[in-house]
Design a binder for this molecule. Sequence first.
Ligand code: 13P
Length: 249
Amino acid sequence: MRKKLIVANWKMYKTPDEARAYIAAFLPLVKEHNRGDIVLCPNFVCIPTVVDALRGSAIGAGGQDLSWEKEGPYTGEVSAHMLRAVGCSHVIIGHSERRQLFGETDDGVNRKVKAALAAGLQPIVCVGEVLAEREAGLTEDVLRRQCGIAFREIGGDDAAPLIMAYEPVWAIGTGKNATPEMAAEAHGVIRAEAAKACGEEVAQNLRILYGGSVKPENAASLMDQSEIDGALVGGASLDPQSFAAIVKY
Ligand code: 13P
């Protein structure tokens, strides 16, 4: 019932020329594919090239972060309205690398989610525990806190475009992935929080992606879980063959 969504997070990789070459190789590989949605999230400078190269395909483009401000003297920032203006449909918010390395807070995530929704972008909001939290039995508490704050002051109807991504931090770029059962359990917690904040209907339609060392070899076993509505892929999305294999798992 919920259509799967596979998102590439290219992180800080690729120049515009490399992005164009990637898409030229990728499009023929997924030409027949219509089972799920696909979105590519390049760095900011590659977005116009990616949008242009994807023209005529059903594949969307998204940013990896945004400012909660519309415009102003905010050096280095990019707004929701600017992402929309260059053709983005989606934006990743609250990725663990932003939380851990660049001081992103739960409160900031909430402000960014509201800015993205107001501008008509679909936010892909990342939540997930670090290893020490999992080992201390705190995974559920962490997810409840991150989701509770991310969903604050977002009304039921306004929340419909929201997408969530469960990315256990210990599984990102490590080659260790959560078992499909662990992921399904975490997704259940996220869905319950969404129901509390935004109502049962939004929660039932909410797509919750899994991210963390998704590879062609493990994609099928993760995607087979009914609670897992897609994947947010880092390293394995950088190569067109390997990302296409994940899309077509
Ligand atoms: P990897 O797929 O490289 O583990 O990265 C996951 C991720 O952070 C996607 O946002």
